[in-house]
Each structure stands twice: as C-alpha cells, then as structure tokens.
Design a protein around this ligand. Structure first.
Ligand code: PEP
Ligand code: MN
Length: 295
C-alpha cells in the first residue's frame, strides 16, 4: 500500500515503516516487563498515586505512607512542573532539586518506587538517582531530544499523550524512545482537547477509545490518568472504572490528604478515603472482567 495521504490516522505503511518497533509483530504480541518488581502488561494493573506537585517533605512523606498502605504500586509527584503560566506565588513554586531529594527519602522510608517528570535534560542525572520511571509530560511529548536523552539512560519511560496529538503522533514519540534500545516504554492517555468537555472548567476529555485503538496497533502498555483528563474530583471514580473496563493496563491518580488545598489543580485530587474505596472497586472490576489484580 502506498502511503500517499499521511494524516492523523494510521496506515499499514506507517505500521511497517514509521514505528516498526512500537507496532505489534502479530495480533497477540504484548510487551510484558517488570519495573522495581511490579509487572506491566501482565496479570496485574499497576497504580501510580500521589500529589500533583511534591509540595514539601511532610506532604510527600504523608502521601507515600498512606498510598503505599492502601496498595499503590508507585508514588507519583512532580518536583519539576510544566505549569501553564510563568507566574508563581509561594504556594505554586516548584520544589525542583529539593522535591527530588524528598521523593528519594520517601522512597527509602516507605519502600515505594517513584515516577516523576523530567523537563530538562540537565537534571536527568539527579532525577535518575531516585526515579524508577521517568515521566515525559504531555507538553513534552514531541520534545524529541528530551525523549532521546531520557531513553538513553535505559530507565523506564512513561510518555503522556499530548492533548492535541493523534495516536500516530504518540506512537512516533514512543518510537523515538524504542529506537534507543529502551524496551520499558509505557504510554499514558490523559485527556484530549475538544470543543465541549461538559463543564466550563474542564479543559480535556478522557479519550477512552484510544485504549483499544492503541492496543490494536502497539504492544506497549497503556496507562490512563483520569485526574488530568477530567480536572474534576467527582468524575474520577467513574472514569477510573471505565478505563479499567476499557482495558487500561495501569492507572495514574492524583491523591492528596487535603485536596482543596493542593498547591496545583485543587479540583482534581481525591483524598485517602476516596482512594481506598476506589482501589477496592477497581480491583473488583479487574478481577471480574479480566481475572487481573490491583490489590
Ligand atoms: C502530571 O502528571 O503531573 C502532569 C503535569 O500531567 P500532564 O503532562 O498530562 O499535563
Ligand atoms: Mn498537573
């Protein structure tokens, strides 16, 4: 087939020539790998939980302790944050090197692996000392030099889909990581921009359809982040369960002890009690539908 009309959707030619490494070799091909003892693409569904931002040592210790005891597999949290506007008050200030240090201390004290975002290549050595998974944020999905540098460290990488990117673009970004010989690549859907989102304050719509669409083409595990997609706490439960039902191979959730006072995006995190109940529901659903486990 001749790829005369390369566009936003994927042609057979794309699968063969644009992302041969990200593409499945046959219909059953599925990547399965372990990160810090946690299996991806297999019979369990890993959960990443934590605050939007590593606000303080106290906060990240409290969250690490609680989400670990509830059953989260990874602690999430950004020390380097791509905030949409450049102005900061004290509450919104990134904790940067300090935040990375606190994540490292929390990891040691509470025995929970870490996923955190990389924004600039120059901080990679520092971040690699504590991160078990490097997160490429939506806004950097097409920052190919950053993806290449992260992939070269051979640390596992999670690439969040940009909210305006097609599946074709997303798999292209994954191919940039795979071509460096890094096999532990995870994709994360976090909502896309659409004309309507059902709430004036919600910027994104969770694209659940991309789970089976991606799984038709790629062997890489797909994680879903309902927190950034919905931007709205009351919808987190429904969308987390829908993502599990839709075949998500991992879930990322913002969890905060006092969501209303989260330094960033206070409308989206859930608290420990809500997280605990949701973990139980997700586990039940995964078990009934797929005989997979979360807890
Ligand atoms: C995040 O996960 O903290 C984050 C900033 O997400 P996104 O890149 O999807 O906006
Ligand atoms: Mn965020």
């Amino acid at each position: 087939m001749n790829n005369k009309f390369p566009g936003k959707d994927i042609s057979l030619e794309d699968i063969k020539t644009k992302f041969p490494l990200a593409a499945k070799k046959n219909s059953k091909h599925k990547s399965k790998f372990k990160i810090s003892g946690v299996e991806f693409g297999g019979n369990s569904i890993p959960i990443f939980a934590g605050p939007n931002m590593v606000e303080s040592k106290n906060l990240i210790f409290d969250v690490a302790k609680n989400v670990k005891s509830i059953g989260a597999h990874f602690l999430r949290g950004g020390a380097f944050k791509p905030l949409t506007f450049p102005y900061r008050n004290k509450k919104y200030t990134e904790t940067r090197e300090d935040g990375i240090k606190w994540l490292g201390l929390a990891k040691e004290k509470f025995d929970i692996p870490i996923i955190t975002e990389v924004m600039e290549e120059k901080f990679l050595p520092l971040i690699c000392e504590v991160a078990d998974i490097l997160q490429i944020g939506s806004r950097n999905m097409q920052n190919y030099p950053l993806i290449t540098a992260c992939a070269k460290t051979q640390k596992p990488l999670m690439i969040k889909r940009h909210y305006g990117a097609s599946l074709r673009d997303w798999l292209g970004a994954a191919e940039y990581a795979l071509v460096e010989g890094n096999k532990k690549i995870i994709l994360c859907e976090r909502g896309v921009s659409t004309p309507h989102t059902h709430r004036a304050t919600s910027r994104f719509l969770l694209d659940l359809q991309v789970i089976p669409a991606a799984q038709e083409i790629t062997h890489l595990p797909i994680v879903v982040d309902p927190s950034h997609a919905t931007f709205w706490r009351p919808w987190i439960k429904a969308m987390s369960l829908a993502a599990i039902a839709g075949g998500a191979q991992g879930i990322m959730l913002e969890v905060h002890p006092d969501p209303r006072n989260s330094a960033v995006d206070p409308l989206q995190p859930i608290d420990y009690k809500e997280f605990n109940l949701l973990m139980k529901d997700m586990h039940k659903l995964a078990k009934i539908l797929f005989n997979k486990k979360i807890l």
